[in-house]
Design a protein around this ligand. Structure first.
Ligand code: NAD
Ligand code: TYD
Length: 340
């Protein structure tokens, strides 16, 4: 089987490429990535010479490129991770989110129509369901929860989801979709909460917590996400959505304190800063469908997963120090300059 993984040089896509190359040596994994600020081929150094791996640089929203690539590669499966993925960036610059997340997805779907495909899998997010109130711990997102987005990021992802389902119904494209909660683990770009806090705590720099730190996210180790996607593309029903989450809800403040404790750093590094605009309060996934229909079970709980992740950042300083010393240092100044 030939699988094109779009966005394979990013955090989750990179972990998925590693996972698939190791698990299915008989399959060919083609990593298609535009190498935006979030794409990093260092993540794939250890697999670049494997016979079942190939990298192609390209933009999923570039129609000529995508059609030519489909004609040459003749993929069996597409797993679409490629996206602009950071909510804060979507607040300062929404347009690129429309281009990549919406137009990029529809361009891939058009190529699937033209050339045929066995399965198009859309990697979506729980953020398409909007947020839940903090005082209703009994409420969870199910696959039936209506889409109700808050940020330009989640709106672009929800829009892509609607196109995927429209192409399934209208043109009969075989599709599946997963909506996962917040991921953490190795190779996450240090603009996201957990790696940002690890890298800044190690440098004894202030840790910017938005608002009062009471917002809740439901954390899942990236390897558990990869395992779930693998199950869905092989055994998931055509045209179906699966929620992915492991019931690991934590407030942002709890997460930041976990990082500080693990690194033996003082809580005085925490700095409360002005809140994110439109900040979603709580995400919480009900993963029952995936567990009962496909037998998925997460391997990591939050404590063991965080320990492993923090150790990974300690053991792989070169990977992230290289990122924060470059262009990213200007991003931090621009995004947080007047908030700190
Ligand atoms: P990321 O930002 O780390 O990686 C995105 C990758 O896509 C990068 O390698 C980037 O170069 C590539 N890319 C961006 N624009 C492209 C384009 N036009 N053409 C080709 N490649 C392009 O993102 P991530 O955190 O790994 O997220 C991957 C996917 O998973 C996204 O679709 C995201 O919405 C979804 N998701 C993420 C999370 C999370 O917690 N990070 C949770 C649920 C779902
Ligand atoms: P993030 O990692 O950006 O993921 P998402 O917004 O997609 O859930 O943020 C996770 C949570 O952490 C979110 O509630 C915003 C908060 N946050 C901070 O408090 N400070 C920060 O510097 C960042 C990046 C996020």
């Amino acid at each position: 089987m030939k699988i094109i993984v779009t966005g394979g040089a990013g955090f989750i896509g990179g972990n998925f490429v590693h996972y698939m190359i190791e698990k299915y040596p008989e399959d060919m994994i083609v990593n298609l990535d535009a190498l935006t600020y979030a794409g990093n081929l260092e993540t794939l150094k250890s697999v670049e010479d494997k016979p079942n791996y190939k990298f192609i640089k390209g933009d999923i929203a570039d129609r000529d490129f995508v059609f030519k690539m489909f004609a040459e590669e003749k993929p069996d499966v597409i797993v679409n991770f490629a996206a602009e993925s950071h909510v804060d960036r979507s607040i300062t610059d929404p347009e690129i989110f429309v281009r990549t997340n919406v137009m990029g997805t529809t361009t891939l779907l058009d190529a699937c129509r033209e050339f045929g495909i066995k399965r198009f899998h859309q990697v979506s997010t729980d953020e398409v369901y909007g947020d839940l109130p903090l005082d209703r711990p009994d409420l969870f997102f199910t696959e039936e929860t209506p889409l109700h987005t808050s940020s330009p990021y989640s709106s672009s992802k929800a829009s892509a989801d609607l196109f995927v389902m429209a192409y399934h119904r209208t043109f009969g494209i075989p599709v599946s979709m997963s909506r996962c909660s917040n991921n953490y683990g190795p190779y996450q770009f240090p603009e996201k909460l957990i790696p940002l806090m690890i890298s800044r705590a190690l440098a004894d720099e202030e840790l910017p917590v938005y608002g009062n730190g009471a917002n809740v996210r439901d954390w899942l180790h990236v390897k558990d996400h990869c395992q779930a996607i693998d199950l869905i593309i092989r055994n998931g029903a055509d045209g179906c959505v699966y929620n992915i989450g492991g019931h690991n809800e934590r407030t942002n403040l709890e997460v930041v304190k976990t990082v500080l404790r693990a690194l033996d750093k003082p809580e005085s590094l925490i700095k409360y800063v002005s809140d994110r605009l439109g900040h979603d309060r709580r995400y919480a996934i009900d993963p029952k469908k995936l567990e009962t229909e496909l037998g998925w079970k997460p391997e990591y709980n939050f404590d063991t997963g965080m320990q492993q992740t923090i150790q990974w950042y300690l053991d792989n300083r070169e990977w992230w120090e290289h990122i924060i010393s470059g262009e990213y240092s200007q991003y931090f100044e621009k995004m947080y300059g007047d908030r700190l």
